[in-house]
Design a protein around this ligand. Structure first.
Ligand SMILES: NC(=O)c1ccc[n+]([C@@H]2O[C@H](COP(=O)([O-])OP(=O)(O)OC[C@H]3O[C@@H](n4cnc5c(N)ncnc54)[C@H](OP(=O)(O)O)[C@@H]3O)[C@@H](O)[C@H]2O)c1
Length: 339
């Protein structure tokens, strides 16, 4: 790959694209060369006025061969089902692809079809896609052609839990994850239930037992620990723009101590630039918003451990993690452009 990596963003008019642009325009080794979307009539700075004077690329239709001439790597910022239509064409013309959707995260197409309610049409590329959690799978990501960027809720659960399950410190069949997300997690497409009067001053649970991040959390922990887990995952919406706070309830195994848990985290994430292990006051979304950090802490509470993690769903939960993956693929330092 050339020193100055050329990046394309497909689905350029959405929230994760805007977040990618915010960071990539400051990245010392990357130039954004393509913005592709179905809406080609407006310049990007009219859609997102904060980009005025910072990037003046026209928005172009999705043409894989044209994109291949101008870019080395493509970020897919489109909904699931659309991503698996676009990825095969981009891969076939030689681009590396980082998919922010869910299309290449679950390895079993039957599981995908069960949770996403439509057929998976690209088993061929699914077979070699690498799950893009850089703090756990950096080596595999570096040589991947297709990276499945993880979900936002899933990152907040897998990173604290995988090392504890792997070390046998918690009962892997008794894990409860309550996580609350800001509204940007639902994307920019307007839907009635996300209108301001519906969401403002309201804090509520949703998709109990049906949220699609539940199987991804279980699969990600298994990938990171080698063990099957039993998870109860309850997502919530909170009237903030961005941010996720996860409260996780686990049962320690007989000889487990909080010190051993902290050791497991430190040995897993000692060289991870964006995992911050906190002691003392619990993590808060306030201290991770607009950063690529995940903060996490663990507490004894009777015979349970309570874990709190916090991240920005648009950064560590999406665009920032995608840039970490891009850095690894390009041979740049994992944290480049993200501090
Ligand atoms: N928001 C988050 O916090 C977050 C976190 C992690 C992962 N993700 C995932 O990242 C992807 C992008 O999320 P986002 O929040 O950026 O979504 P978004 O704001 O709704 O933007 C998605 C973009 O995809 C384009 N698109 C192409 N084909 C489409 C289709 N058939 N239907 C609707 N839009 C289509 C749209 O642009 P045009 O209409 O201009 O073509 C739209 O601007 C999604 O798969 C999402 O699940 C999001």
């Amino acid at each position: 790959m050339p020193d100055r990596l050329r990046a394309a963003i497909v689905g350029a008019t959405g929230y994760t694209s805007l977040e990618l642009l915010r960071w990539l325009l400051r990245h010392p080794q990357v130039k954004v060369t393509v913005l592709a979307s179905r809406k080609t009539e407006q310049p990007i700075s009219e859609i997102f006025p904060e980009l005025l004077g910072r990037i003046d690329l026209p928005i172009e239709p999705f043409e894989p061969k044209v994109i291949a001439q101008k870019a080395d790597i493509a970020f897919l910022c489109v909904p699931h089902a659309t991503a698996m239509q676009y990825a095969p064409e981009l891969l076939s013309v030689g681009l590396r692809v980082i998919d922010l959707s869910a299309d290449y995260r679950l390895k079993d197409t039957r599981l995908y079809e069960k949770w996403y309610k439509h057929p998976h049409t690209d088993a061929e590329n699914l077979a070699h896609a690498v799950y893009g959690l850089p703090d756990l799978f950096a080596r595999q990501i570096a040589s991947a052609k297709l990276i499945a960027n993880p979900g936002c809720y899933t990152t907040s659960a897998i990173l604290p839990l995988a090392p504890l399950v792997k070390a046998g410190l918690i009962d892997s069949q008794d894990i409860i994850v309550n996580a609350a997300s800001g509204i940007s997690g639902a994307g920019r497409n307007p839907v009635p239930q996300h209108h301001f009067p519906e969401r403002n001053e309201s804090f509520e649970a949703y998709a109990i037992g049906t949220h699609r991040h539940a199987p991804e959390i279980a699969e990600g922990i298994k990938l990171g620990s080698g063990k099957e887990v039993g998870i109860t995952f309850v997502p919530h919406l909170v009237p903030m723009d961005r941010g996720i706070l996860a409260t996780i309830y686990t049962k320690p195994t007989v000889l487990a101590t909080i010190d051993l848990a902290l050791q497991a985290w430190r040995s897993a994430y000692g060289s991870s630039p964006f995992v911050r292990i906190r002691t003392g006051a619990p993590p808060s979304t306030k201290y991770v918003i607009n950063t690529n950090y995940i903060d996490m802490a663990i507490y004894q509470y009777g015979n349970r451990w309570v874990i709190i993690s916090a991240l920005d769903n648009m950064v560590k939960g999406a665009a920032g993690q995608a840039i970490e993956n891009m850095n690894l693929v390009a041979g740049f330092p994992q944290a480049m452009g993200l501090n």
